[in-house]
Design a protein around this ligand. Sequence first.
Ligand SMILES: Nc1ncnc2c1ncn2[C@@H]1O[C@H](COP(=O)(O)OP(=O)(O)OP(=O)(O)O)[C@@H](O)[C@H]1O
Ligand SMILES: C=C(C)CCOP(=O)(O)O
Length: 250
Amino acid sequence: MTVVLKLGGSVITEKDEPETVDRTALSAAVSAIAGSAVGEDIVIVHGGGSFGHHHAAEYGVSTTEGTHDVEGVQAIHGAMCRLNAAVVDALSEAGVPAVPVHPFSAAARDADGDLSLPTAQVTTLLAEGFVPVLHGDLVAHAGAGTTVLSGDELVVELAPAVDADRVGVCSTVPGVLDEDGDVIDRIAAFEAVASALGGSDATDVSGGMAGKVRALLALSAPALVFGPDALPAFLAGESPGTTIAGDDDL
Ligand SMILES: Nc1ncnc2c1ncn2[C@@H]1O[C@H](COP(=O)(O)OP(=O)(O)OP(=O)(O)O)[C@@H](O)[C@H]1O
Ligand SMILES: C=C(C)CCOP(=O)(O)O
């Protein structure tokens, strides 16, 4: 059973404090992963939190607005590499055979913004017993310089590439919330929930919850959005939070 899990940047960092890891939240997530029966059959993606989004906002870069500013590229990509190193180190210390995979070194968008992400290194690392750890990053973008590549987009690309049985997105909220603040059990179409979906409470250049739902609906497998407390349950095979499954998946 192969699992693709995204750890939200807003979960593992103090999202309002530039470049600050939330050590308590990161170690809770790492313990859940290290202690789960999924073992090494997992690909981990993490988001930007106060590492990527803070620098991306400073340089005016988003998933659609690009930059050619080399200093900006180094600041944003460098910050994401520092967060990735912190996640990989924490996983390694817990005995998980985690290895870093940096999307900026491999992916590209064409002039229409369509993403191509080579995945052979991820599938090969997985088959060889490693746990690849990717992250939201910058990506070369034809005609725009570089744009932000969100961890949610990576999840959508990776899930079919590794033939994932389960896809989980762990964010700070217990699921996608309706207008009354209750967790929506299942989402099959963007229009049905669009009015309840906002961006993010924190600095976020990749669309917050609306961007997440839109991206996950494109998957052929159902994806679950849940909060940090539900990570052990997700890894144990339960279905906490909101199930996002486009009409094609039902
Ligand atoms: N209807 C909604 N239900 C749940 N969360 C919502 C909703 N509308 C907006 N949000 C916001 O979306 C946020 C989650 O998206 P965000 O992109 O910040 O999370 P993340 O993926 O965990 O972090 P990162 O983007 O850094 O990886 C929530 O914290 C909340 O502020
Ligand atoms: C801001 C950067 C560089 C990465 C964004 O990734 P996300 O937090 O998964 O949307």
